[in-house]
Write a new protein. Structure first.
Length: 381
């Protein structure tokens, strides 16, 4: 039954050609096949249409692009380029290449919020064995630090680039993880290396977009929802966190019993979003906040934890309270619940530590210098 069902789903989900999709949408059993695809109807704006959709032209007011004006624009650009001096052209061309390279790095590699580096198997036969006798920290310049193994610079996890640390304190935390490795490298026991490697490939110019994505957790934050049979415990543990958040951001967060209830208003969301942008967080802080929010499903709890309004043991207790009420010791699965909780504790602890070690650094100070993460041979190549 399982294989038959999966086979049926695969047939249903198999991509169809653009022509087939449009024909299926607009033809009936009595229609004759057509040779050209029929485009879907344009959306019609009305009073309930979202603002972003209202900018799409409707069938009545849609106009073909003015080809002549486009050609004139191209000609003007060609004239501008032809009148440039060689020095000015080279300068603009170099700036363009640098901008495109930065955009490519962001588009291709900037996907580390899921913290997937540590999800790889630790029993891989290609796993690197420990070979070093001495772990040290050295200055890289401009306020950055390397971790070295017998004098060789450590590379970021799953990368060919040197791992750069934005503070000496964080560098020693990463070095300690390398010093604790025995036999083969177990990346599950290297959370600071994990998060530092992830932060390194995050484009500092995309921080605001990350904060916008963080706000997607705000509407359904776990701290809004309570259970009747946990009322006393949640009031004792959760209310102080929500009270701090309300006072700090000057809002009133919902307190609902059950899954249904009030949600934050758009005005409240915008107010919190604006204040997060005003905090001018660097990319290490944003990634740390994202990791905590992901693992706790609560940006309210993550911000309280980062600002010291709640300690780590209490935050973890809040996060586990509801589940452990439903899953008591008699039904807990050894090798699942305990390992998952340990992993959550390690990841959240590393994220909090990363926040604390980098909270005094500006966005500019944490912009990764490309010349320090690549070898001299690679730069010359």
């Amino acid at each position: 039954f399982f294989f038959v069902t999966m086979s049926h789903l695969m047939r249903r989900l198999r991509p169809r050609s653009l022509k087939t999709s449009f024909m299926c949408r607009h033809s009936s059993s009595t229609d004759k096949p057509v040779d050209m695809p029929i485009p879907p109807p344009l959306p019609q704006a009305n009073s309930k249409t979202p603002k972003k959709l209202k900018i799409i032209p409707t069938k009545e007011d849609a106009q073909a692009p003015n080809i002549e004006s486009r050609l004139d624009e191209v000609q003007n650009r060609m004239d501008l380029i032809s009148n440039m001096s060689k020095e000015e052209f080279d300068e603009r061309y170099a700036a363009f290449n640098e901008r495109e390279a930065k955009r490519a790095r962001t588009a291709i590699r900037d996907d580390v919020f899921q913290m997937t580096v540590s999800d790889k198997s630790t029993t891989d036969v290609r796993q690197l064995k420990t070979f070093w006798k001495e772990v040290d920290v050295t200055e890289a310049g401009d306020g950055w630090y390397y971790v070295t193994l017998d004098g060789r610079k450590v590379k970021a996890l799953e990368s060919n680039e040197y791992l750069l640390l934005p503070s000496e304190e964080m560098a020693y935390a990463v070095a300690h993880e390398w010093a604790q490795q025995t036999g083969t490298i177990n990346k599950l026991l290297m959370p600071m290396n994990d998060i530092a490697s992830g932060c390194q490939i995050v484009d500092e110019f995309a921080v605001n977009a990350r904060i916008e994505h963080l706000m997607s957790f705000f509407n359904t934050d776990n701290m809004y929802y309570r259970q009747e049979n946990l009322k006393e415990q949640q009031e004792k543990l959760c209310d102080p966190v929500c009270d701090w958040f309300d006072k700090h951001f000057q809002v009133t967060t919902p307190r609902n019993f059950g899954l249904m209830g009030a949600r934050p208003s758009d005005a409240m969301r915008e107010k919190v979003h604006r204040q997060l942008l005003d905090m001018k967080m660097n990319k290490y802080q944003v990634v740390s906040l994202y990791v905590i929010t992901q693992y706790t499903a609560s940006i309210v709890l993550a911000l309280a934890l980062a600002h010291g309004a709640v300690d780590l043991p209490t935050a973890l207790q809040i996060n586990r309270l509801e589940e452990w009420h439903n899953v008591d010791a008699t039904v807990a699965i050894d090798g699942y619940h305990d390992i998952r909780d340990a992993d959550l504790t390690v990841k959240v602890s590393a994220a909090v530590a990363c926040w604390m070690m980098t909270k005094g650094l500006t966005v500019e100070q944490t912009a990764t210098p490309i010349d320090l993460i690549t070898s001299e041979k690679k730069r010359k190549g």
